[in-house]
Design a protein around this ligand. Structure first.
Ligand code: NDP
Length: 309
């Protein structure tokens, strides 16, 4: 058996096409949703992420401001910048690209963002709204996981879900969202006993651990749906060989670039699962689509308009 591929690129493209239409209609009544993307310093990976977020804004007709203070900015100066963005009328969403340099108090910065503009959904107010099932801005990657399930017609209600990972960014919010969808949710972490046995209970397994190929076929119930959130760069030729020997496209990429992206789920889980997200091309494209969704939603809510769905 080979799992049905849950194609995040295709699902993300549909969401973006819907949003482009919505933005067109909003602009026709004089509303252009705007996102401020703040990138402190020059971390190359963060630069790639922010560039692609700004580019997607442009594609969908959103206004975007790319703000790039130097790595030497102080917490007080960054707080002042956040206050300025909170007050700006043309900005509906504020994104502070993480991680911030170590000398900056990240929690204080994230708490300073107006919850109504917190398009990453990390502000304690939005965390509270999510956990009490009230409308708010929901973290993008977790929202993307649920959107993949919903748009792939995979039922969540009453299903056994196991979430691997309990981070504030992925594990906890995705567990909360799935609970809100009436799934029966178990959250695992590094202290969980007999992880494989717990995972095998899952109808839907969400892996957000940050360890390449850690979820092996013996941990997956045959036919289960597997959502692989992990993004890990594999550079070790030996590990590459173990994971991808015989995969011509990957071998070509590895030979050219010296690396490939691998999820938290072993590629051979494809032989056991009923449906599975690939890496790359699974959850990743949904994260950016949901960021755009949140920016448009924030713009609507600020003007007293109802959410589009
Ligand atoms: P964190 O490092 O913050 O959290 C990892 C979690 O996994 C922790 O709860 C940790 O447990 C748990 N864990 C670690 N090792 C084990 C183990 N051996 N057995 C069981 N549990 C374990 O990671 P994030 O949540 O931020 O990210 C997870 C992955 O998702 C990463 O690969 C990241 O790159 C990716 N990611 C992808 C995104 C996307 O757009 N697709 C967006 C965000 C993240 P404990 O709490 O006990 O330490």
């Amino acid at each position: 058996m080979s799992a049905r591929i849950l194609d995040g690129n295709a699902i993300g493209a549909s969401i973006k096409a819907e949003l482009a239409e919505e933005v067109k209609a909003l602009r026709a009544i004089g509303v252009q949703p705007g996102l401020a993307a703040v990138l402190v310093g020059e971390d190359p990976a963060s630069q790639v992420y922010v560039r692609s977020k700004v580019k997607t804004c442009e594609q969908l007709g959103l206004y975007s401001a790319h703000i790039a203070p130097p790595a030497s900015i102080t917490t007080a100066e960054l707080l002042a910048l956040v206050a300025e963005l909170n007050a700006r009328d043309d900005i509906d969403g504020i994104l502070i690209q993480l991680p911030l340099p170590k000398h900056i108090d990240s929690k204080q910065i994230l708490r300073a963002i107006d919850p109504a503009k917190d398009v990453d959904g990390f502000h304690p107010v939005n965390v509270g709204l999510l956990s009490t099932q009230q409308p708010g801005l929901v973290p993008c990657t977790p929202a993307g996981c649920v959107e993949i399930l919903r748009r792939s017609n995979i039922p969540m209600e009453g299903k056994e879900v196991v979430v691997l990972g309990r981070s504030n960014i992925v594990g906890k919010p995705v567990a909360m969202l799935l609970m809100n969808e009436s799934a029966t949710v178990t959250v695992c972490h590094s202290r969980t006993h007999d992880l494989a046995a717990v995972c095998r209970r899952a109808d839907i397994l969400v892996a957000a651990i940050g360890k390449a190929a850690m979820v092996t076929p013996d941990m997956v119930r045959p036919g289960a749906t597997v959502i692989d959130v992990g993004i890990n760069r594999v550079t070790d030729p030996k590990l590459f060989e173990q994971l991808y020997a015989g995969d011509a496209a990957r071998e070509k990429q590895f030979a050219e670039k010296g690396s490939t992206l691998c999820g938290d789920v072993h590629p051979r889980v494809m032989e056991v699962a009923g449906a599975m997200t690939p890496v790359p091309g699974g959850v990743g494209p949904l994260t950016i689509a949901m960021l755009m969704y949140n920016t448009v939603l924030a713009a609507r809510l600020k003007r007293g308009m109802a959410p589009s769905r």
